[in-house]
Design a protein around this ligand. Structure first.
Ligand SMILES: *Cc1c(COP(=O)(O)O)cnc(C)c1O
Length: 355
C-alpha cells in the first residue's frame, strides 16, 4: 500500500499525459508555451478568480505575494505555528518578522481568537508594523476565512491564503484560492493537484497586483523585454508541467470526490477510536492529508506499519520550535494547542485511487 499513489493516477491518465508532453516536444516552446496560458485560464475558471499567475513552486508563489504587498524589515506578518516551514520562511526571507499564532484543535487551522490576541500584542509592544496575515488551508481544509477576513479588515491587514494544500477545498461553494487579497498554491507532486516536478500559482482579483506579479515573475520586466523596471525573480512554470497539469485538472473534480469518499469512510470507521478531523458545516476539504490525533501516536503508527499501512507525521515540529526561528524566543507555553497536537498527529494514506 502506498501513502500517496502517483503511479495509479499516471496509469489512469497515461495516454492523455503522454500526448500532452509529446505536443510540447513537438512545438518546442518549453518556456511560457501555450499550455501555460491555457492552464492559467482553466485555473482561474475553476477557482473563480480574475487572475492566475503560475510560477516555479508554492514557496515562490508566497514570496511573490510578499513582494507585491511590499512586506519588509520592520513588518509583522502573522501565520500559524502549526504549518509547513515555507509559510513562515517567506516572511523572514523578506526581512520581516513572523508572528506565530496558535491553532484550532479540531480543524488544525489558525485560531481566529488567538490571531486577534497576537495582533493586539504586537500593537501594544509598538515595535513592529502589523502588515499581513498568512492563513493556511492545512491538510486541505480552508481556514476560517469568515472570521479571519473580519479581523484583517478591523486591523487593516492584508490577507494571504496559503492554499498549497487547500486547492479544491471550499466554503459554501467559494473555492480555495479565492480568499484574501492574494492566494497561492503549490503543484508539488504530492499536493492535491500536483505536477511531475515543482510548480505553483498565485491567484488574485486585483488588476494591479496581477500586473506586478507578472513582472516580478520574470526579472521585474517592464513593457520592453530588455528594460527591467524593478528587481524581480525567475519563477516561471515549465510548459511541460503546465501540459501535465491540464490533464490532471480535467479529472480533478472526480478525484476530489474520490478523496472525500475515502475520508468519509475513514471517519465512520475510526471515529470511535481516535480524534478524527472536523469539517465544519459548509466546508469542503481537498484532503491533502487525512490526519488523526492519538496520545499514543508511536504505538498506533507501529500497529499500522505491521499491517503494511504507511503513516506519516505532519507536522511534528511547530514553527516556534524550528532551529531557524529560535531567534524569535518562543516556547511551547506560547502555543499550547499547536504544541499538543504536534505530538499527537499522524496521517493515513490518502489519494483518489485508494481502495
Ligand atoms: C507545500 C507547501 C508550501 C510550499 O510549496 P512548494 O511547492 O513545495 O514550494 C507552502 N505552504 C504549505 C502549507 C505547503 O504545504
Amino acid at each position: 500500500m502506498k501513502f500517496i499513489d502517483l503511479e495509479s493516477q499516471y496509469i489512469h491518465l497515461k495516454d492523455k499525459i503522454d500526448q500532452r508532453i509529446q505536443d510540447v516536444l513537438n512545438h518546442g516552446q518549453y518556456i511560457m508555451g501555450p499550455e501555460v496560458k491555457e492552464l492559467e485560464q482553466k485555473l482561474a475558471e475553476y477557482v473563480g478568480v480574475k487572475h492566475v499567475i503560475t510560477c516555479a513552486n508554492g514557496t515562490d508563489a508566497l514570496t511573490l505575494a510578499m513582494m507585491v504587498l511590499d512586506v519588509k524589515d520592520g513588518d509583522a506578518v502573522f501565520c500559524p505555528t502549526f504549518t509547513f516551514f515555507a509559510t513562515a520562511e517567506v516572511i523572514a526571507y523578506e526581512g520581516a518578522t513572523p508572528v506565530f499564532v496558535d491553532s484550532d484543535a479540531d480543524t488544525f487551522n489558525i485560531c481566529p481568537q488567538n490571531l486577534e490576541l497576537q495582533i493586539q500584542k504586537v500593537i501594544a509592544e509598538g515595535k513592529l508594523n502589523p502588515k499581513a496575515i498568512i492563513a493556511v488551508d492545512l491538510f486541505g481544509l480552508p481556514a476560517n476565512y469568515p472570521e479571519i477576513e473580519k479581523i484583517a479588515e478591523e486591523y487593516d491587514l492584508k490577507l494571504i491564503e496559503d492554499a498549497a494544500q487547500g486547492f479544491g477545498g471550499s466554503i459554501n461553494g467559494k473555492r480555495a484560492g479565492s480568499f484574501g487579497d492574494i492566494a497561492t498554491t503549490s503543484f508539488f507532486p504530492a499536493k492535491p493537484l500536483g505536477c511531475y516536478g515543482d510548480g505553483g500559482a498565485v491567484f488574485t482579483n486585483n488588476d494591479k497586483y496581477a500586473e506586478l506579479l507578472r513582472s516580478y515573475r520574470v526579472h521585474g520586466k517592464g513593457k520592453d523585454k530588455y528594460d527591467n523596471v524593478r528587481i524581480g525573480m525567475n519563477s516561471r512554470l515549465d510548459t511541460i508541467q503546465a501540459a501535465i497539469l491540464l490533464e490532471k485538472l480535467a479529472v480533478f473534480p472526480t478525484e476530489l470526490e474520490a478523496r472525500n469518499n475515502a475520508a468519509e469512510k475513514y471517519t465512520s470507521e475510526l471515529k470511535s477510536k481516535y480524534k478524527v478531523p472536523l469539517v465544519p458545516e459548509g466546508y469542503v476539504s481537498s484532503w491533502a492529508q487525512y490526519t488523526l490525533q492519538a496520545d499514543n501516536r508511536d504505538s498506533e503508527m507501529a500497529h499500522y506499519r505491521a499491517k503494511g499501512v504507511p503513516t506519516m507525521v505532519y507536522y511534528g515540529t511547530c514553527m516556534h520550535n524550528q532551529t531557524a526561528f529560535t531567534y524569535l524566543g518562543y516556547n511551547d507555553e506560547d502555543f499550547p494547542v499547536s504544541s499538543r497536537i504536534a505530538k499527537a498527529v499522524f496521517s493515513l494514506p490518502m489519494h483518489a485511487y485508494l481502495r
